[in-house]
Write a protein that binds this ligand. Structure first.
Ligand SMILES: *Cc1c(COP(=O)(O)O)cnc(C)c1O
Length: 226
């Protein structure tokens, strides 16, 4: 990315989309197969509205409470908006999350799978689900360990009747992301999943080259978070 400080979020987004279609072409991918999630966490409605006005409709938030405060009004104005939950989810917020979000990227434990299954049955809504994988086996980080992944996915599918759309990861901050993206791709293929949520502002190009279908960009669009 070039100097972004003077640009508006809408202008940065336009450039990113052009860059992405170029990246897709160079990687022999269809650009329509790569979903750009504009991560609007910490940014208020005033920062988000211009991006909606520019035509973008896919957004990510990492907290249920924050999304519940910001999005209902914005969504009323832009009803075709798709909201992605990319942050940790407590099982006692499963109902609210199923209500608010179209896709949840952070399914990572049986208790949450059970709560989501219950919330979906009660509401009739079926958000798409990604299982978050702790590819770096970091003790403080959310996500299923690589070792437990296959059993957990099987449990989601058979015991909770959940359809799992793909895998998500957040590589360790101080490591090269590439090996983590490659591992996630291998795991998804072994579990028969078509979607990979990986790549953020610093590493989306590499993620696309390794098969990302959902990239999650905050800073590259909205600038630094306060
Ligand atoms: C904040 C966040 C992002 C976006 O990060 P940027 O570096 O600002 O692009 C992506 N994914 C998750 C899970 C996040 O929490």
């Amino acid at each position: 990315m070039e100097d972004t400080s003077e640009k508006t979020a809408a202008a940065r987004l336009r450039e990113l989309k052009a860059e992405l279609s170029d990246l897709a072409r160079r990687n022999a991918r269809a650009s329509g197969d790569i979903e750009l999630i504009a991560v609007s966490k910490t940014h208020g409605a005033d920062a988000i509205r211009p991006v909606l006005e520019a035509g973008h409709r896919v957004f990510g938030e990492n907290r249920v409470q924050e999304a519940a405060e910001k999005w209902p009004a914005l969504r009323q104005a832009y009803p075709d908006t798709q909201l992605h939950l990319i942050g940790a989810l407590q099982s006692n917020k499963a109902d609210q999350a199923v209500d608010l979000f179209d896709t949840i990227h952070s399914l990572d434990r049986p208790k949450l799978a059970a709560a989501l299954a219950r919330a979906m049955a009660a509401s009739g809504r079926r958000p798409r689900l990604f299982v978050q994988v702790n590819t770096g086996d970091e003790p403080q980080k959310a996500g299923v360990s690589v070792m437990d992944l296959a059993d957990f996915v099987e449990q989601c599918r058979t015991e909770y009747k959940l359809q799992i759309d793909g895998l998500m990861c957040l590589p360790p901050a101080h490591e090269a992301a590439g090996p983590h993206f490659a591992l996630l791709g291998k795991l998804a293929a072994s579990l028969d999943m078509a979607h990979l949520s990986m790549g953020m502002s610093a590493d989306y190009a590499e993620a696309v080259s390794l098969g990302a279908t959902h990239i999650r960009l905050g800073t590259a669009i909205f600038g630094p978070r306060g």
